[in-house]
Design a binder for this molecule. Structure first.
Ligand code: SF4
Ligand code: SF4
Length: 467
């Protein structure tokens, strides 16, 4: 059956009845097709190894939803550190927008997990078991033979096993690798909810990588949909040089362009579009058509690059403009978000301490003494239990009573320690402050915290921590 011609007038992945057509993109080799597996291998290695690497006794990345904490390269964060996520997301988000404005769908074609796993693992296994695209297509359309049953059985068994492994790797980010191994050992009965999550993710991955595939990029992913607002005529995209290629014609035909209408660029496209129709939303920037066309150009002894990375402006007028005002804006916003996030990350302390007035009267007069009832709010943000010590820094004649000077705390546990500050009434002056030092034994770091000392003729401001 002849393959239908892609056009801009209809969704090409749909057949005449509106059903989705399963695609069999042809194999291609070349500069980009050889480089992509290397990039994929590095990204997969990072993804697979992160939950198993430990920093300071904890996984390098561990999103412990159950305990509402997050371990990131030796630092522990709790729900109160959520503001950090805002700066990280802002920084990464603007850098992604910058990448899209500069290089189009470079993320989609080279680094998106959907592309990395589909092209880097699943499609390769498919080629290994069922052969090149023409064989796979013939096998799918052919009658049910013993060979077909065996090949399909093997393919789907491997797909399911791989999905199972990937699902467990994903779970390791949320329950930690050590805990996951323990859960697997103890069996599904002992950890039913995690087991059901594992089964659900396995089925979703299997369905996605076997069946849904490019549909995720075309109809689900919001990043793909937003491309049109992030790109302009100067964005470097994958494009066809119409000025050089048209009118297309046969190899030896006179008066025609360089495109010989071989349709190799269409055959290798994983979303089944014809890039010669211009930039389309369905193009995920895989660069397969560049390699396919270069292969043909080399065979014909013509210059490579009929399809290439270039801007729409350069492809139509020959002029290029790489830096535009919006690039500076995106770079500045991305750099700002990441600088704030990095600063907060580096300065992230192993414990939190706030000094505040207890509820009720801001001070009491006890004979000739003024007393303030205070509280020290402590959170241990180490990944392990720790002991926090409180030491008075009050200057005579002020005295501090600290009933619990050594505070043992589990990781991310918090406590409010009462402290009583006293001062002879005659020595009281407005604006005085009470200080103490908090020392964390695990990180061997300390911090001085203070709060206003309240007395007669002082405006009440108790309850607001100051430091
Ligand atoms: S691969 Fe190149 S020569 Fe062949 S149809 Fe596509 S653009 Fe034309
Ligand atoms: S048009 Fe080219 S770059 Fe875009 S998805 Fe198809 S093969 Fe990949």
């Amino acid at each position: 059956m002849k393959r239908p011609e892609p056009s801009l007038d209809k969704l090409h992945m749909l057949d005449e009845r509106g059903s989705r057509r399963y695609l069999y993109p042809a194999e291609v080799s070349g500069r980009f097709s050889n480089l992509r597996p290397l990039v994929f291998a590095i990204l997969i290695a990072v993804y697979v190894s992160l939950p198993w690497i430990t920093v300071g006794g904890q996984p390098a990345v561990f999103i412990d939803i159950a305990a509402r904490r997050f371990f990131l390269f030796g630092r522990t964060f709790n729900a109160q550190d959520l503001y950090l996520a805002f700066f990280i997301l802002t920084g990464v988000g603007f850098l992604l927008i910058l990448a899209a404005a500069l290089f189009g769908r470079v993320w989609c074609g080279w680094a998106c997990p959907q592309t990395v796993f589909l092209e880097g693992i699943f499609r390769r296994i498919e080629r290994l078991i069922e052969g090149p695209a023409s064989h796979r297509q013939a096998l799918a359309r052919g009658p049910l033979t013993v060979e077909k049953i065996l090949r399909k059985l093997l393919l789907h068994t491997v797909y399911l096993l791989l999905s199972y492994v990937l699902a467990h790797l994903l779970l390791a980010y949320f329950v930690s690798a050590a805990q996951l191994l323990r859960m697997i050992k103890e069996g599904p009965k002992a950890h039913l909810s995690t087991f059901l999550w594992g089964v659900g993710i396995t089925v979703a991955l299997y369905w996605n990588f076997f069946w849904f595939r490019e549909q995720l990029c075309l109809i689900v992913c919001p990043y793909g949909r937003l491309q049109s607002v992030m790109q302009d005529r100067d964005t470097i995209v994958i494009g066809y040089d119409k000025r050089r290629g048209e009118p297309r014609g046969k190899v030896k035909q006179e008066g025609v362009g360089d495109c010989v209408d071989c349709r190799r660029c269409v055959a290798v496209c994983p979303t089944d579009i014809d890039i010669r129709n211009g930039l389309q939303m369905e193009c995920i920037g895989c660069a397969g058509c560049i390699d396919a066309c270069d292969e043909i150009m080399v065979k014909l002894g013509r210059k490579k690059g009929l399809i290439r990375y270039d801007s729409e402006r350069a492809l139509t007028t020959g002029t290029r403009k790489f830096l535009r005002p919006r690039m500076y804006l995106y770079s500045a916003l991305g750099a700002l978000g990441l600088t704030v996030a990095t600063t907060l990350f580096v300065r992230h302390t192993a414990f939190e301490s706030n000094f505040l007035h207890a509820r009720g009267a801001s001070y009491v007069l006890d004979g000739e003494l003024v007393r303030n009832q205070l509280l020290v709010h402590l959170i241990n943000k180490n990944a392990t239990p720790s002991v926090l010590s409180l030491q008075s820094l009050a200057v005579e004649p002020m005295t501090l009573i600290i009933p619990l000077p050594e505070v043992p705390l589990d990781s991310l546990a918090s406590i409010e320690v009462p402290v009583i500050a006293s001062l002879p009434r005659a020595s009281y002056r407005p604006g005085m402050r009470v200080s103490l030092q908090v020392f964390d034994r695990t990180s061997q770091t300390d911090r001085v915290i203070d709060v206003a000392f309240m007395g007669p003729n002082t405006e009440p401001t108790s309850g607001v921590p100051t430091r």
